[in-house]
Design a protein around this ligand. Structure first.
Ligand SMILES: Cc1ncc(COP(=O)(O)O)c(C=O)c1O
Length: 466
């Protein structure tokens, strides 16, 4: 079953939620209660692509599991990347409750010990001496604060970011994003000066260079054309304030060896700052505390969010080198809940849990085992064109043939619904990439169970009922 014809942009960011396969699965899987909530949800909320209509109704979220209103449990290998420590971590819930009793809010002109402790903690764990901090409630806002900071520090206003990226829904963040879904059509026009460049994407290199059988770039042939193009654009624009990018792209795509060093040097040469958006990847997802640490490149500004609130509360952060503390008489954030003591306590406790439970190490260990298994799956299943990722940011790209690499969106959808039937939830990105981002608490047994489910579902092909 192919996607229903649509007059709109490609839904590159999320699952396609208006297809025949989805309708068939819902007819088969949902009970009357779920159907009623979905109907009321669609009636109550403004419709927007990707968000509405919803897939199912969730009644419970605990650890790695979500449970629907009919009591069926799914391992959540998506979780919007907020559930690093697992849903509803008891230590986090206790800390939040204590904080609500002790001090539930602080008007902005007052400092609180807990917000300062969080800022100090982030400065202590951040790479590259990023010791000055601002908080916001959401990632999109934090990205926009980072851009304002870069404008102030450089006296320039242009930005350079990747096509296909997502940096948030606000007009400023959406301008940096590279998906038509969020930045074109009725959302346009965007912010002036937001330039884009094609990203690294080795399996489908936008510059046309080949990869080897393992999906690795042939660097002696491509000579990092992706980094050279970024340098070229910086040189030709000549007045870019900042390059902003995810160090490990959420598709997922990892940068080829030497890419970020090369970009770092290009930024220095052309007077642009480097901003890393680590909103999904930060705090351990890739098996290091920050994804950029794998590449040994520290940015001038880093943005965190999502899992920072422990999967319960919304909080994001901007971390910058102290020399960039240049707001002076201007305000870049000053959000109402910027220093909310409850969200600050949640973030502080989340980082402590990640450290105390060795979750970054677990992400690295289980991720390494998963990648070995993914490589074996690729050897056995011709529908898998590429497997990639790092730590617990993993992708399986499905194709109709390994030579022409035609994306197999239909198989990806069939696999999604077969996996749901077997208790595994994950996200499909770009239509054909099964994207697996389980919590950092995932065990080896849970990971192998998930990969068993996916092996079976991919092997079953598209003929089986969804
Ligand atoms: C890379 C990246 N940046 C920014 C954002 C925006 O974060 P928020 O939804 O908290 O505004 C997201 C959210 O998905 C993201 O994945």
């Amino acid at each position: 079953m192919d996607d229903a014809p649509s007059a709109g942009p490609a839904q590159s960011e999320g699952d396609t939620n208006l297809t025949g396969r989805r309708a068939a699965w819902q007819t088969r899987a949902l009970d009357a209660t779920a159907r009623d909530v979905l109907r009321r949800d669609a009636a109550a909320f403004l419709h927007q692509s990707v968000s509405t209509p919803c897939l199912n109704v969730i009644a419970k979220a605990e650890g790695i599991w979500i449970e629907d209103s009919a009591g069926r449990r799914y391992m959540d290998f998506h979780g919007n990347n907020v559930h690093h420590i697992g849903y509803g971590h008891p230590r986090l819930k206790r800390a939040i409750a204590e904080q609500m009793d002790a001090l539930s809010f602080a008007p902005r002109r007052y400092a609180t010990d807990v917000a300062v402790r969080l800022a100090e903690k982030l400065a202590a764990i951040a790479p590259g001496g990023l010791s000055k901090v601002l908080f916001t409630t959401g990632g999109s806002d934090a990205v926009e604060v980072a851009v304002k900071l870069a404008r102030a520090a450089t006296g320039r206003f242009k930005t350079l970011s990747f096509w296909d990226a997502f940096h948030g829904a606000g007009i400023g963040a959406a301008a940096l994003s590279g998906e038509a879904l969020f930045r074109s059509g009725p959302a346009a026009p965007m912010v002036a000066g937001a330039q884009h460049v094609a990203p690294f994407a080795c399996y489908r290199c936008p510059y046309g260079h080949p990869v080897d059988e393992d999906g690795q770039p042939l660097l002696d042939r491509c000579h990092l054309a992706c980094a050279s193009m970024l340098d070229y654009v910086l040189a030709h624009e000549a007045d870019v304030a900042a390059v902003i990018a995810e160090p490990a792209r959420a598709v997922p795509y990892l940068a080829p060896q030497g890419y970020w060093q090369s970009v770092r040097e290009a930024c220095a040469r052309h007077g642009a700052l480097l901003i890393f958006d680590e909103i999904p990847t930060g705090l351990g997802k890739t098996g290091r505390m920050f994804a950029c640490q794998h590449d040994d490149v520290a940015p001038d500004i880093m943005v965190l969010g999502k899992a920072l609130g422990g999967g319960i509360l919304p909080i994001a952060a901007v971390l910058a080198r102290p020399e960039l503390d240049v707001a002076g008489a201007w305000a870049f954030g000053h959000y109402t809940h910027e220093k909310n003591p409850v969200t600050a306590r949640a973030a502080l406790t989340t980082i402590e849990i990640i450290e105390d439970e060795g979750l970054v190490e677990n992400a690295a260990r289980v991720g390494t085992l998963a990648r070995a298994r993914l490589a074996a799956m690729k050897r056995g299943l011709p529908a898998i064109g590429d497997v990639r990722g790092r730590g617990l940011l993993l992708g399986i790209e499905l194709v109709r043939g390994r030579v022409d690499k035609l994306p197999d969106n239909d198989l990806a959808e069939a696999v999604l619904y077969r996996a749901l039937d077997r208790g595994l939830s994950f996200k499909v990105t770009m239509g054909n990439v099964l994207t697996l981002t389980p919590p950092l608490t995932v065990t080896e047994a849970e990971m192998m169970r998930a990969l068993d489910i996916l092996t079976e579902a991919i092997a079953a092909g598209t003929d089986q009922p969804a």
